[in-house]
Structures are given as structure tokens and as C-alpha cells.
Design a protein around this ligand. Structure first.
Ligand code: ZN
Length: 505
């Protein structure tokens, strides 16, 4: 080790090497989803497993632990708030990587891939009983995982949320979700009983995929996703991958009979992508200061562009002439008002991934309550269908006809992804709370959007959210930026302000 290299420098150089290896992993994973020929599947699986092994070995190396400890005791670090935050997050990553025994990780992966196959069959046959033994095994293993991670004075489920949403607890989530659920359910029932549903026929037009793709690229450029440092491709399941500095890949999918699926899917992934491009990867790549805070904050960025911008009247005022130019005659007859109303429905349904912006949150509440009870042991896996159907009735007012359209619709639990669902709704909540602050600080935001000017918004997001990397935890960032802890009111106000006019209320 050169004499001048401090423990902090050595630690950062190790994490940068790990990040570079991980960027290669992500590149081959991206290729697998996009252009890889089917014949390469076997070799690709071996490449990915080997890279994952090398990354894990480096992340858990004893030298990492020694350096982190040295940094925690080094006055040059402890006297510097930025370095202190960076080492705090490195400690977190190290703990998460080292706390699970190798056998448990292997068992989770093995059971997860088996359970996924069983889940597929059970869903096709709409038969929960087929999936139940797999779910029982997965819940037991996930509880073991929580035991290994440990939790404070809360409950085992907290240890699972912590992987995705650092230091956010089930009790904190419940304190926001419960009032949101009650008021949102009541509002949706009011809309159903008293409102006139908007005409959604402007969305039922036939548009070829290549025209939709051209519009998508135009929108990406306009809102400020940098295509010199990114791409847009097509996959079955859309995603965004911040591969490396200067390289952020988005994917989308096209349904010729509903162009807004791809339009909003692309804007959603672009929101993730603009966050990735806005992270300070130039100076901080490979350290927590160049990384995203949490899944909830990541999702707040995607939902903001997809919903808060993309479903606004101001957006359609600007976008409609361009949409006409790219998509052609099918959308000629429709006005800004008609399109805005058509994309702001609140109509309870069975399937989460097809839900509108408002009811989506209630689908998440169902999953949050059930998985929390599964992990605490209050709900035996055998009782999941009953608990599911009961909640769909009480939260959304819908009857679940079968398990395929009920508790078997998502693959998450088969993979052992428990504690993940709440981050989708947290993303909506964070987005709404940021949005109110943004509107107060950029009073002419609507006028700007209506003129296709998105730079003030993007710069605000960059300065207030993206530039900090993982310096602050999500809740702390929210308080710093908005002056208040996260709460349900901004999201409720936002949804009401969009849905009431669409339903003539
Ligand atoms: Zn997302």
C-alpha cells in the first residue's frame, strides 16, 4: 500500500472495483433480456453466476470489514459529514452482504427458482393448493433470512423491508398506509357512485409500434433523458438499468391497440433513467454517494414523470400536436381535454399491473398486510386466498373470481421478494410530497410543461434529490426537501385534483 493511501482511499478503490465488476454483470444481464440469441442461455447463466461469485467474494472480504472499521475511527472521516455518510452506507452494504450464511443464500436461490416454476403452473391452473407448499417453504426461509439480518425493537418484517427501503419499518409504513387506504377507498367509492366515467375511446386506437417508438424517443429527448448516454430498446418486461457512468439503458414494450401503455411505460422508465443519469457518478462512481437511496425514492422519480407530469393537462397541451405528428390520423379527432380525462380513471380492478394510478395503491396495501402477517406468523400460508379476497372486497369493492386473478397474479413471493411491494406505494407518496414542494418553488411549472420546457423541473430534481446519492436516508431527504415527514395528504390531494375533473365532480 502506498504511504499516502488512507484507509478511506483504499476502501473507495475497492468499492469502485466491485462497482465496475457489477456494471459488467448488469451489461450481460441487459443483453440477456434484449439481444442475446436463445442458444447462449447456458453460457450466459455460467457467466452471470461466475461474476456474481466474484462480486460476493469481494464484498464480503475481511479486508473490507477492517477498512470500514478503520474509517469509522479515523478523524479525517468522522470530521467530514460526506465521508461519514459514505462510510455509514458502506457499513450497511457490508453487513447486508456478510450476515446471510452461504447455505441460506444458496437455498433461497434454489427454492426460488423451483417455486417460480410451480407458481407458473399453479397460476395457469388457477390452483393455490399447488403453490401452497412452495410458499410455506419460502416464507420459512425468508423468516430465517430476517433472523440473520436482525431487527431493532420492531418485528421480523422490518429486517426484510430494510433491504429495499433502508431503516423504514412496518409500523411507519402502516401509519401512512392505513389512513391512505381508508380515505382512498372512500374516495374511489364516491367517484364510482357519483361520477361519470371519462370516455376512454381515445386510447383504443390502433397505432403501429414503429410510430409509437418514434414518439417515445421524441418524448425522452424532450424531457431530458440523454440519449448520448443511454438507449431505448424493447423487452417483454420494461426496465431501466443504470449500467455505468454514461450508460443508462431503458426498455419498453408496444401494444398496437393501446399506445398509452408504451408512452407511460417509457416515461416511467425514463424517470428512473433521469435519476440514474443525475447521480454524481463522475466524482462518486462506485461509492454510495454515486448511488440511488432506495427503491421507494427511485420509484418516486419514475412515477413523477409518468403520472404527475405525463397525465397532466399541461403535458397533453404540449404533447398532443407532437402525438398527432408521430402517431397520425387515429388520434386526430381527440382534444387535450379528452386525452387528459381518458388517462385519469379510478376504476377498481383485479390485476395490479393493469391498475390505474389511484387504485394501484390499494393493490399494494393488500400485499403489504398479507406479507407482513405471513412473516409475523399471524397468517398461515394456507389462508392467503381468503385473506386476499376479503381485502379486495373491502379495499377495492371487487369480488375475486379465482386465484389466477387473485393471490397467484404476482411472481414476487415465489422468488422470496417479501418486503418489496410497499416500495411501489412509497414511491407514489414521495413523488406527491416532492411534487407539492416543486410546485411551490416553481410556480409557473404548468405553463412551462405546456410549452414543453422540462429543464427547471429536471434541474430541481437533480439538485434536491439526485445529487445527494445515498447521503441521506429517504425519510430524512423527504423532511429536508419538503419540510415535513412523509404523509398521505399530498398523494390524496393529487389524486383528487386529477380524478374529480375527469369524472365531472
Ligand atoms: Zn419503476
Amino acid at each position: 500500500m502506498p504511504e499516502s493511501q488512507t484507509p478511506y482511499d483504499e476502501l473507495c478503490s475497492l468499492t469502485r472495483q466491485i462497482a465496475t465488476l457489477e456494471s459488467v454483470s448488469r451489461l450481460v444481464a441487459w443483453d440477456q433480456e434484449t439481444y442475446m440469441p436463445a442458444g447462449a442461455a447456458g453460457a450466459r447463466a455460467r457467466q452471470m453466476a461466475m461474476l456474481a461469485g466474484i462480486v460476493h467474494e469481494r464484498k464480503t472480504a475481511p479486508r473490507m470489514g477492517e477498512l470500514i472499521q478503520a474509517c469509522e475511527e479515523d478523524p479525517d472521516v468522522t470530521g467530514d459529514p460526506l465521508r461519514t455518510a459514505c462510510v455509514r452506507e458502506m457499513r450497511r452494504d457490508y453487513e447486508l452482504a456478510t450476515k446471510l450464511p452461504g447455505e441460506l443464500v444458496a437455498e433461497l436461490a434454489r427454492v426460488g427458482s423451483e417455486a417460480q416454476q410451480v407458481w407458473k403452473r399453479a397460476r395457469t391452473e388457477s390452483d393455490f393448493a399447488l403453490f401452497r407448499p412452495s410458499l410455506e417453504t419460502m416464507v420459512a426461509l425468508t423468516r430465517q433470512k430476517a433472523e440473520c439480518y436482525g431487527w431493532g425493537d420492531g418485528e421480523p418484517y422490518d429486517a426484510l423491508i430494510n433491504e429495499y427501503e433502508p431503516e423504514t419499518t412496518a409500523r411507519q409504513i402502516e401509519a401512512i398506509f392505513t389512513p391512505l387506504r381508508d380515505r382512498l377507498s372512500a374516495f374511489i367509492a364516491e367517484v364510482r357512485d357519483n361520477g361519470t366515467p371519462p370516455d376512454t375511446s381515445p386510447l383504443d386506437v390502433q397505432i403501429p409500434a414503429d410510430r409509437q417508438h418514434a414518439l417515445g424517443l421524441f418524448i425522452l429527448k424532450s424531457i431530458g433523458f440523454d440519449l448520448q448516454c443511454g438507449r431505448l430498446d424493447t423487452t417483454t418486461h420494461p426496465f431501466c438499468e443504470g449500467l455505468a457512468p454514461g450508460d443508462t439503458r431503458l426498455t419498453t414494450r408496444y401494444h398496437e391497440e393501446r399506445f398509452t401503455d408504451a408512452l407511460y411505460g417509457t416515461m416511467h422508465e425514463a424517470g428512473h433513467g433521469i435519476y440514474e443519469q443525475g447521480l454524481p457518478k463522475g466524482s462518486h462512481f462506485g461509492t454510495p454517494l454515486g448511488e440511488a437511496i432506495s427503491l421507494g425514492i427511485h420509484e418516486s422519480q419514475s412515477r413523477m414523470w409518468e403520472n404527475f407530469v405525463g397525465r397532466s393537462r399541461a403535458f397533453w397541451t404540449w404533447a398532443l400536436p407532437h402525438a398527432r405528428e408521430y402517431l397520425g390520423s387515429p388520434i386526430e379527432p381527440f382534444s387535450t381535454g379528452q386525452l387528459t380525462a381518458a388517462v385519469n380513471t379510478a376504476s377498481p380492478s383485479l390485476i395490479r399491473v393493469e391498475a390505474d394510478e389511484a387504485t394501484y395503491n390499494l393493490h399494494i396495501m393488500v400485499r403489504f398486510e398479507i406479507e407482513r402477517a405471513l412473516i409475523s406468523g399471524d397468517l398461515p400460508p394456507a389462508d392467503v386466498p381468503g385473506a386476499w379476497n376479503e381485502r379486495y372486497k373491502s379495499f377495492l369493492g371487487v369480488d375475486v373470481p379465482d386465484d389466477r386473478r387473485g393471490c397467484l397474479q404476482d411472481v414476487h413471493w415465489a422468488f422470496g421478494l417479501i418486503g418489496y411491494f410497499p416500495t411501489y406505494c412509497l414511491g407514489n407518496l414521495y413523488a406527491a410530497q416532492f411534487w407539492e414542494t416543486i410546485r411551490s418553488q416553481i410556480p409557473d411549472l404548468d405553463t412551462q410543461i405546456a410549452r414543453g420546457r422540462f429543464d427547471a423541473l429536471r434541474i430541481w430534481l437533480n439538485e434536491n434529490i439526485h445529487a445527494h446519492g445515498r447521503r441521506y436516508r429517504a425519510g430524512e431527504l423527504c423532511e429536508r426537501v419538503t419540510g415535513k415527514p412523509l404523509g398521505p395528504d399530498p398523494l390524496l390531494r393529487h389524486l383528487e385534483s386529477r380524478i374529480r375533473p375527469a369524472y365531472g365532480l
